[in-house]
Design a protein around this ligand. Sequence first.
Ligand code: DX5
Ligand code: ZN
Length: 221
Amino acid sequence: MIARIAPSILSADFSRLAEEIAMCEAGGADLIHIDVMDGRFVPNLTFGTKVIAAVREVTELPLDVHLMVVQPENYFEDFAKAGATGMTIHTEAAPHLQRQLARIKELGCKAGAAVNPATPLTAVSEVLGDLDLLLVMTVNPGFGGQQFIAGSNGKVRRARAMLDKAGSSASLEVDGGVDRATIRGLWEAGADTFVSGNTIFTAQDPQGEIEELRKRCVTDA
Ligand code: DX5
Ligand code: ZN
């Protein structure tokens, strides 16, 4: 398994967004994680189509768009057109999850489902075949820089077992409080895609930080 590092631009300096993204690329980032928040599903507002399109202009990296919004289907078309590579929606905001995932794929994007810390993995157990990505939140979504919720590794381990048992090749992503101290346990638990915002963008050497995170994702022989 190879670890993928997905810097979250939520913690970037927006006045220098193109430079920040170039820095992520130079540091070897695998994806750019874009957090869309609507002030309803989560108590914070961020950005939408225009920022996705602007990021698409300045990088070839896949854009991993995390929709923390109610009625996410209202945005699928616009975000796909703007250049999203994948869209991940929250099970808590998706009563018709199977149909919503199918729609994301129809638009040519990778389909992801996210579970909040309090949401059991059974929320996705009937749609494993429809998933390109499963996102296990390791903080309650809404803000960057929050503390990793201890005990998340057990859930990631169960998510890995569930995907493996179903023969799924979906990515297993984690998001929230991922840093040098927490990434190793998440990797050992079976996560393969690591979102990290605050840790990367507040580091003295953000490029080096991406490398530091990746270095911790090795399996001992
Ligand atoms: C949280 C967002 C995250 C956030 C992670 O609601 O979904 O992607 O940017 O940030 P850090 O790594 O700072 O916890
Ligand atoms: Zn996110």
